[in-house]
Design a protein. Sequence first.
Length: 385
Amino acid sequence: MGHADLVARLVEAGGLPGEWRSVFERVPRDAFVPDLVWDDDRRPVHRAREPGRWSGLVHRDAPVVTQLDDGAPDGVGYVSSSASMPSIVALMLDELDVAEGMRVLEIGTGTGWNAALLAARLGDGNVTTVEVDPVLAGLARARLARAGFRPAVVAADGMAGWPGHAPYDRVIATAAVRRVPYAWVAQTRPGGRIVTPFGTAFHNGTLLRLDVRDDGTASGRFGGDVGFMWTRSERTPHGSVEERVLPGHDHTESTTDLHPYEPVSDFDAGFAIGLRVPGMLATVVHDGAPADGRFTVYLMDPGSDSWASWRITPRPRGRYRVRQHGPRALFDELAAAYDWWRRIGRPAHDRFGLTVTPDGRQHLWTDTPDRVLDLVPDPGKERAG
């Protein structure tokens, strides 16, 4: 199995637009993935020691973990960088809708493969890529040079864009955001486009495509099912249920007939709830095998140390038990957000859109930009202010 096989599978699945096929064929993914990666169980795989396993991970249509714990050798194993799923790479490049002569800013260099694809299509001088991790930036720059590409590789926080080479015709981010920085809009020409993964703590995530207007605003819709790691400034603090839900915590108790099947498991419901209940994580812990039907949903807000537990059994005695701790009644917030989503007609995620204005505000809407949603404020931003 090799890169040619990967490209052939993408073509067969219809996941590689025709104008990008020759680019993918010329720019092999394996030239950019590091020699040390981690498999789906977070076990290290060294290219020199296990070339077959390494090749199998790299030449499949799946993300590959390329860094843990921001590169710290004594971390606990949180994924901090990866090579994106090739079909998603192709999807986002197609959404970017580039043409000859366009200048592109990429946020999140990672391995450098996406920057190489852009450079192969548009030319080195038209591509600027920004990476917050200086070690990753240096490694990507070296890989790009070995492969014959020399786009501008900048070690900096991409949330500020890179004004030195602005204006750009296109901006593409390879890490998810909760808020679109206005710097990206300001550095994009009127008529230009921004493509970025977007999500919330509760739901990660979907793809957002914004078109920049003459008045300095950017507006567009959500669409697609894409999950990316967060930009480092916006990711949720790490921590397990055991670290956040402590036996000594005081709590209130109540019951509910609401089952988590739709509010937690449905893609569209989860997207809407995440917009309405910011800062809330959800984790499902099964008693045994998932088929047993006995599990607990934990809702947690690391910013306020609030949590809720929502106990589900196949035949509850009466109703499901809910416990809540902290200043935020997270289950009540979720139930209210779910009810709101149902009341407005259960809109799918691609009926939602976003407008970013020059004052840095984000306005969420459904169907058309004039139908702005009245969402609750972000408690985290209120505390920060």
